[in-house]
Design a protein around this ligand. Structure first.
Ligand code: K7E
Ligand code: CUA
Length: 639
């Protein structure tokens, strides 16, 4: 509320400014001001996204970080980047990937390719517990706990899978999380075969991960062996489509080379519809065969778990509307989206209303399941929903967003589906994904849409040849979409999730009594430096503005184990712990304990110091690691 009052005051100030300087010298516009944007346009856009200093945003925006391997957190409507959650990539800013726990989580990888974040759901509503993100490159999935915005689990590489792009998508109660392979491979994965024999030698895989309802811990549940087509996106059912998951694919041609041409021959590609409840039951009935420790179902031997639906040429996204009735597939090489009706799909399955098969899997008759092809424009990629019967499709080639009306349509509309296209909004430039909060739940938010554009093409001050991506905030609360603001992100947001600030309640301090680390110390009297053979263990306290102890003695050849506890219980009292010359920086949040291990290889005196500016005496927050040559006596007694 307060913000709106501030906005009114600001509006009054700007309006009076406009009145006073109507001759045009009142407002400072950027040198590159867009022609055709009136002063009142500017004012209303500015106010719509304005969050005054000290005020807060209304929504969280969790962007996938693409090949940066991270997740970015921004606020809506300000679009300000607020924090980075490191996931698949070490991040010295929060000390991620330097302590033993996060190092182990990252394993041998230094990066990931994050495409699709998914918020956990209960009863098809956002429950604010976890955010899952995939790694297309290394076939992994991570879970971020929204209690503290920290990556808590990285699962994978998932066996028998490769290029898990169609991920992460959760079922309506987060029972399962699905992944499908973009890159089919010979199986088992260590077998080499000639890509010329692609259709015969290669296989795809759909994987279901089980999510523990209490802890969110993911584990591989089962897989379905798939033909070697390139799976792209996924969405899950709810309401009438409960129990189903939908996957788009390209390369029905099963080309093993020159996909640009060879995978674009046919007019339709295959979307897979998986009955995941039936698949789970089939695994329980012992119908799966173990491959690499995972129960794998062969759909040829377990009929009913898998059907194909033809969709528009080379589809990208497939999205289920909030009612669960309409499934929208976007064929990026045709100027329309395909709207399918789940009731018709279920009837076609029951009636065996098939149009032959693809590799032995029944293909539902297109005419029997499709309600219409909506002429949205060129290059449709992804669709989101506002819960008021409208759909919003991103058009990569047209570089706009098309708003259109979901069925049911009138007879007149059915005859001419251009009539259901309600609005078009140009975006800058070439939109990929777009996101509306809760679009994949039964109750989407109706206020904002964020377009994630692939090319920023000089919309920002020049930063040299390496360019960021651009995002645009669009108000969808009225009949017509309204462009409000623009922001830039590090490469490269693919998809994002939006959740209202009121629906999350993160902690800002780890309560002392929850710290179960056996090596945590909370008082100077508990700190220690001890030697056992060649292992020197120090239990260290970090507190404004010192480390206790501030001297650690060891010698070359020792392994140094540090358990550092930040004993602060005040929000934002964060300390870092860096050691000169040792490629080491951990960051300790209030109440947190981290463990680092270093093999000491060089003698000398190395300062350790706090890297987070924590107090007026932050600069004084330092100590010494004294390393004697091998065989020498350490200087300090007891070490
Ligand atoms: Cu960039 Cu979903 Cu990987 Cu579309 S994906 S744009
Ligand atoms: Cu602690 Cu700076």
């Amino acid at each position: 509320m307060k913000r709106y009052i501030t906005k009114l005051i600001l509006l009054a100030a700007i309006c009076s400014g406009v009145a006073l300087f109507a001759s045009g010298c009142g407002q400072k516009k950027p040198a590159s001001a867009t022609k055709g944007l009136s002063d009142s346009d500017r004012t209303s856009m500015a106010l719509a996204s304005f969050v005054a200093p000290g005020e807060k945003d209304d929504y969280y925006l969790f962007y996938s970080g693409g090949h940066s391997g991270q997740v970015f957190v921004a606020g809506i409507p300000s679009m300000r980047h607020i924090s980075t959650i490191p996931v698949f990539t070490p991040y010295p800013g929060t000390g991620y990937g330097y302590d033993e726990e996060t190092k182990e989580m990252l394993g041998k990888f230094t990066w990931g390719d994050v495409h699709h974040p998914a918020l956990s759901q209960t009863d098809s509503l956002q429950d604010g517990r976890w955010l899952f993100v995939n790694d297309t490159a290394n076939n992994r999935v991570a879970r971020i706990d929204l209690r503290d915005f920290k990556t808590r689990q990285i699962l994978g590489p998932i066996p028998n899978a490769s290029g898990t792009h169609a991920s992460s998508f959760v079922t309506e109660n987060t029972e399962y999380l699905f992944l499908a392979t973009r890159f089919s491979t010979p199986l088992p994965r260590d077998r080499a075969a000639d890509p010329k024999d692609y259709a015969k030698e290669f296989s795809g895989m759909i994987t279901a991960l089980k999510v523990d309802p209490e802890t969110g811990e993911m584990s591989v549940a089962w897989q379905i062996l798939m033909p070697p087509i390139n799976f792209d996106l996924c969405s899950t059912g709810k309401g009438p489509s409960s129990g189903y998951a939908f996957f788009t694919s390209y390369n029905t041609e099963m080309a093993g080379d020159l996909l640009e041409v060879n995978a674009s021959q046919l007019d339709r590609d295959m979307a897979a519809i998986v009955d995941w409840k039936a698949a789970t039951a089939a695994v329980a009935d012992g119908k799966a065969e173990m491959m690499n420790g995972v129960p794998v179902l062969d759909p040829l031997k377990v009929p009913g778990i898998l059907h194909f639906i033809p969709v528009g040429k080379s589809p990208h996204g497939i999205d289920t509307d909030p009612t669960g009735k309409w499934i929208v597939g976007s064929g990026k090489l045709q100027p329309s989206t395909t709207v399918m009706d789940i009731e018709k799909i279920k009837k076609a399955i029951a009636d065996k209303d098939f149009d032959g098969d693809f590799r032995g899997i029944p293909v539902l008759k297109y005419e029997s399941v499709v309600d219409g092809e909506v002429p949205v424009g060129l290059g449709p990629l992804h669709t989101q929903f506002d819960g008021r019967g409208n759909a919003y499709t991103s058009l990569f080639i047209d570089s706009n967003i098309t708003k259109w009306k979901l069925p049911p349509w009138t007879d007149e509309e059915k005859k001419d589906l251009t009539k259901v296209v309600l609005d078009k909004m140009p975006v800058h430039f070439s939109v990929g994904h777009l996101v509306i909060g809760g679009s994949d739940t039964k109750k989407p938010d109706t206020k904002w849409l964020v377009a994630m554009n692939k090319l920023s093409k000089g919309r920002h001050i020049s930063v040299g040849p390496s360019q960021p991506e651009s995002s645009q905030l669009i108000d969808i609360s009225g009949d017509k979409m309204k462009m409000v603001a623009e922001a830039y992100t590090e490469p490269e947001p693919h998809f994002a999730q939006i959740i209202a600030v009121k629906d999350l309640n993160p902690i800002e301090v780890y309560p002392k009594d929850e710290n179960k680390d056996p090596n945590a110390v909370w008082d100077a009297s508990e700190t220690s430096v001890t030697r056992e053979g060649n292992t020197v263990t120090a239990k260290v306290i970090a507190v404004r503005s010192r480390f206790i102890p501030d001297r650690i003695d060891a010698k070359v050849g020792d392994e140094l184990i540090l358990h550092i506890t930040n004993i602060e219980q005040t929000g934002d009292m964060i300390h870092g712990f860096a050691i000169n010359d040792h490629d080491m920086n951990v960051v300790l949040d209030p109440g947190e304990t981290k463990t680092i291990k270093i093999k000491l290889t060089k003698s000398g005196v190395y300062s350790f110091y706090c890297t987070n500016f924590c107090s007026a005496l932050h600069q004084e927050m330092q100590g010494y690691l004294v390393v004697q040559p091998e065989g020498a006596q350490p200087l300090a007694k007891g070490n």
